[in-house]
Every structure is written in C-alpha cells, then in structure tokens.
Design a binder for this molecule. Structure first.
Ligand code: F1P
Length: 346
C-alpha cells in the first residue's frame, strides 16, 4: 500500500493525483457508465470498486467476469469506460474482453501489477499497482493494492464531479494515511488466527457472509479457502442467506461473518442470530472493542476500526491468514495449489 501511495497514485494537500488517470479526467467525469472486467480475485476487487465508485462518484458501474463477458454480445459504446483489472496482466479472458470493448470504441483503463505486461499495453491508460511480485499463485497483496487503486480512483472521480465535499474528502484521505498502520495491526492477530485454523482444518465446507463492501470480502475469503486448502467454500451477501444457503447450516458448518461496526452492523447481528438459531458455528470478524457480536459468536477475530470506505483493505487480512493457516495445517502447498496457474493464458 505504501508503494502504491508513494508511486503513481498518492493524495496531496487534500487533492488526489493519479499518474495514469489525469489525462482522462474529462472522460471519467462525463462517463455514463463504467464497466469493470476481471477474473478471480481481481473480479472481487472490481466489486469493491463498484461499491466505492457508485457510493462516492455516483457513476453507474457494472462488474463483469471477463470469462463470461467475452462470449456474449454486450452493449458497449464509445461513452463507456472499461476498467480491466489483472494482477498478472496476461489473463486471456480479460485480454479478450478488452479487445472486444476496444473494437466497440470504449476507453480502456488498466489496473495491473506487472509492468509492461500485455494488459497495460492493450490499455489506453492505467495504474500500476506496484504490489511487488506475487510469489504464490493465489493473489493476496495484489488484491489489497488493486482495492487501494480503485479507492483512490473513486475519490478522484468524486472530487472532479463534485459529489464528495472537501471536508469528507480530507477526512477520508487522513484515514487513508493510517491504513498501513491498521494493516500492521490486523496482521498481529496471526498466531491467534492459527489457533482458530487448528479447530477448522478438517471442515468440509464453509460459508462466508458480508454486507455492503463486506460482501466482496466474503467472496474473496471463500475463494482463498477454496484455492489453497481445497475446502468447499461459498461467499454470500448476508441477506441472501435466507434465500437458500440457510438450508446448509448445522453444527458442522463454520460461518465466517464480516460483522464490523459499519452501517450494516445491526443487520449483520440479526444474520448471526439466524445462524446461531440453526446451530451454525460463527467465526466473526469484529471491530476492536466490540461487545455485542463477541457474545453471540463462537470465535471472533478483532480488526481495528476504519471508515467503511477502507473496510475491505483491513477485513480481508484475517481471512487470508485463516485460509493460509488452514492450508498449511492440511499439508497443502500454498504457493502452488493444484490445478491453478499464475496467469491463465488460455
Ligand atoms: C486472475 C486469477 C487470480 C487467481 C489465480 C488465477 O488473475 O483468477 O485471481 O488467484 O491466480 O487467476 P489476474 O488476471 O489477476 O492475473
């Protein structure tokens, strides 16, 4: 995150400077729609981007799996901006989606980690996330960096469109400066999370629930568990649970809930009650000092409080650590999971 903030994108004197976005200010300002295309973890970062851009800049956003988007005949015009997100910059589905959107005249904006990769070369403009090389196949720090880039882009668009007051913007940027410190704090729960991992290493299934920007966090938590520990896991919007997944809940089912003190706190509490009433085992991600959720949950992991805008940056960390420890305890190779490639080029 520090690299990302110091490098191409960084806040300055209450104004946001984005190296790759500045020349496209007018385009972003007048965009009628933004389409985000990506795969896997990058797609989850895109969902966070949707939440932030719509919340702050009030521009409609669609988030599409590139692997599906490329095979249909979507309506795209020259007024659309397509944001393509990819850690490797070589994902074939994302490249095909870009090529299709380009043909229809859209502006392509890339968010990529690997300098000089194919996706930045196909893009009109973009941001390098500079998260450093992802040693393992499953994206982790690339996700954090992608979300940071999208957060700053959302603030930038909001600033240029005038949809965010200067005082709110300054308070968000002040909080943004604290994020590296909050990430460090969240990482301190590592050995405590190992203790929880020991209890759940033999689980066959897991459910991850979140609301608002906590929903993509739930999806990412489930994907990490699947990718590296081969436990079947599903991420759901917490309110969607009653429309199906609730049938799965019993004493064998760990339910990981993002239950931090943000706007959906009260509603998440009622979701936890629904799980507990069916004997589900709740592992709650809570805000430091929480007293209500910790009484209901079987296990809880504290993270420091932050504004809802930055919740995905902090709340994802305990889920990555949980998956990591479970995978190691199960004897899985976390860097090279079976059947997965670093960049899916076919
Ligand atoms: C997309 C992705 C990763 C996943 C795995 C396979 O890659 O789905 O999210 O962890 O590596 O590819 P990318 O387009 O972000 O490089």
């Amino acid at each position: 995150i520090r690299d990302c903030m110091r490098g191409r994108i960084y806040p300055m004197e209450g104004k946001i400077q984005l190296g790759g976005i500045k020349e496209y200010t007018e385009k972003f300002k007048n965009a009628q729609r933004i389409i985000i295309v990506a795969c896997g973890t990058s797609w989850h970062a895109g969902l966070v981007g949707e939440y932030l851009i719509e919340e702050y800049a009030r521009i409609p956003v669609e988030v599409e799996y590139a692997s599906e988007f490329r095979y249909r005949n979507p309506i795209i015009t020259e007024k659309d901006i397509v944001i393509a997100i990819s850690q490797s910059g070589e994902t074939a589905d994302t490249m095909a989606a870009i090529e299709m959107a380009k043909e229809k005249g859209a502006t392509i904006f890339g968010i990529c980690n690997v300098v000089g990769a194919s996706i930045p070369r196909l893009s009109d403009a973009g941001i390098y996330t500079h998260a450093g090389p992802e040693i393992g196949v499953a994206s982790t720090k690339a996700f954090t960096a992608q979300v940071t880039a999208l957060t700053l882009m959302a603030f930038y668009m909001a600033e240029t469109k005038g949809t965010l007051s200067q005082s709110k913007l300054i308070s968000l940027l002040t909080e943004l400066e604290r994020i590296p410190e909050l990430v460090e704090k969240a990482l301190q729960a590592d050995s405590y999370i190992l203790g929880i991992a020991e209890k759940f290493k033999d689980s066959r299934n897991a459910l991850f629930l979140g609301r608002g920007s906590g929903f993509p966090v739930a999806l990412e938590g489930a994907l990490k568990l699947k990718e590296i520990s081969y436990i079947h896991a599903e991420g759901y919007p917490a309110a969607e649970m009653k429309h199906g997944p609730i049938a799965l809940i019993d004493e064998e089912m760990p339910v990981i809930v993002i239950a931090t003190k943000n706007s959906s706190y009260e509603k998440v509490i009622s979701n936890i009650q629904e799980v507990k009433a069916r004997k589900g085992v709740v592992i709650a991600i809570v805000t430091e000092g929480d007293t209500d959720v910790v009484k209901m949950a079987d296990y809880f992991i504290e993270i420091p409080y932050t504004d809802e805008a930055f919740l995905p940056l902090i709340a994802t960390i305990p889920l990555q650590l949980l998956s990591y420890h479970i995978a190691v305890l199960r004897g899985c190779n976390v860097d090279q999971p079976r059947n997965l490639a670093k960049s899916v080029t076919v």
